[in-house]
Ligand binder design. Structure first.
Ligand code: GDP
Ligand code: MN
Length: 384
């Protein structure tokens, strides 16, 4: 779960990371007051969870509170569009922060390296731009330091890495300290990403996190009720936010064929089959174990919140849950739902034949016995 910049900075400052002063608001008048309290020289930053925010016009520097307030007024309610997020996001809040005089911009991040199953720190002198761009054009400019799970990081390793990244002398020991705090925050807050870009060095040699992105591992949210409260407004998509409230694993994919199945692997296969049949999946949805009528209904409702959905594919493999029970669950759910779009349900596994026989009588669902057949059918029917 991605946290907003202001939430990320709050979290990191609790671990002793130096961040600019500032406050978040939805109101231009309040933005003026915050700016005045910071001496008028401020940066106003849209709090949207998207990459390329600065280039999209979401970050602007000011030398007086009036202009900061005027920009806030302009920004609130506006949709920002970037290369990373072509669909765009509406700005609801802005962060008004003290203006940092920046001499140099560096890049720091902490994440989990799946290949080594360790926490890795990435350090680069090339801050300010997207790290993917640096990785592309100048891969040697990124230094990676793996954290030993038993020993942690020792100062000498950190110093060596920072020097290898060619961070100038006056910033080196500050960066070593900052990385230690970031790693501590990463572990203790159960983060799955911390990114400081830029990590700014001021002309008088103070190292400060001018931007911050923290993402918390969703599976650990129960340990962090304080972040959980913001989970809903932090979700990037309103349907994904609703799915989080319902406890359903759902990812919106942007196409128009709704997809649900039991088990993540099976749903992934369904996406591939729909793609292969010439359709565009609208979502990933894992119904989870069993397929009670209530659960199915809640899942179907969720898929249909996406107005682009023209057809629905349901892919269920019966294991402990029998195919005939699944079919009954589907029929009960669809009895109560007034659908106007075609639905194809593939049932396989335990008691699949009995299940398909039950669906034969329905005018709301078309049965199928293989995934390929189901994918073909739903694409035909949806795009007819
Ligand atoms: P992003 O585009 O979402 O990554 O937004 P950032 O917070 O990283 O801001 C984009 C760029 O704006 C930074 O790389 C800086 O060059 C500039 N910027 C942001 N905050 C400040 C600030 O306080 N002072 C100065 N001088 N520049 C800033
Ligand atoms: Mn940034």
């Amino acid at each position: 779960m991605k946290l907003h910049e202001y939430q990320s900075k709050d979290l990191l400052s609790k671990f002793g990371v130096k961040v600019p002063k500032g406050d978040v608001t939805t109101d231009p008048e309040q933005a003026r007051q915050i700016a005045e309290s910071l001496g008028g020289k401020v940066v106003v930053k849209a709090q949207v969870l998207m990459g390329g925010r600065g280039k999209a016009g979401g970050v602007k520097l000011f030398d007086n509170a009036n202009d900061a307030a005027a920009f806030t007024k302009e920004l609130i309610g506006k949709k920002l569009v970037s290369i990373q997020n072509p669909a765009g996001m509406i700005v609801e809040k802005v962060l008004v922060g003290e203006l940092i005089d920046i001499a140099e911009e560096y890049y720091l991040s902490v994440l989990t390296d799946r290949a080594t199953a360790r926490v890795v720190v990435m350090i680069s002198k090339e801050g300010g731009m997207e790290i993917e761009e640096v990785a592309d054009k100048n891969p040697d400019a990124i230094v990676r330091l793996h954290v030993d799970p038993a020993w942690g990081l020792s100062d000498y390793e950190l110093r060596e890495a920072v020097q290898k990244a060619r961070i100038p002398k006056p910033a080196q020991s500050q960066m070593v300290q900052m990385i230690k705090k970031l790693v501590k925050a990463y572990v203790e807050a159960d983060a799955d990403l911390i990114e400081i870009n830029p990590c700014a060095l001021t002309p008088d040699n103070v190292l400060i996190a001018a931007d911050a992105k923290v993402s918390i591992d969703e599976n650990a949210l129960y340990r962090h009720k304080e972040y959980g409260e913001t989970a809903e407004d932090s979700a990037e998509d309103p349907i994904e936010a609703e799915a989080a409230r319902r406890g359903i694993a759902y990812v919106r994919l942007g196409g128009d064929i709704g997809i649900m199945g039991n088990g993540a692997g099976l749903v992934m296969c369904s996406l591939d089959e729909v793609n292969a049949a010439g359709g565009k999946p609208a979502d990933f949805l894992d119904v989870g174990g069993g397929a009670s009528a209530d659960r199915v209904k809640s899942c179907v409702e969720l898929v249909l919140m996406d107005p682009n959905v023209k057809g629905l594919l349901i892919n269920i493999f019966g294991g402990i849950t029998r195919g005939d029970e699944v079919a009954k669950g589907l029929l009960a759910a669809f009895d109560e739902l007034n659908l106007t779009i075609p639905v194809v349900a593939r049932i396989d596994g335990t008691a699949a034949e009995e299940g398909l026989a039950i669906l034969k009588g329905s005018d709301k669902l078309v049965g199928a016995s293989t995934m390929q057949e189901a994918a073909k059918k739903i694409v035909e029917l949806a795009y007819a």
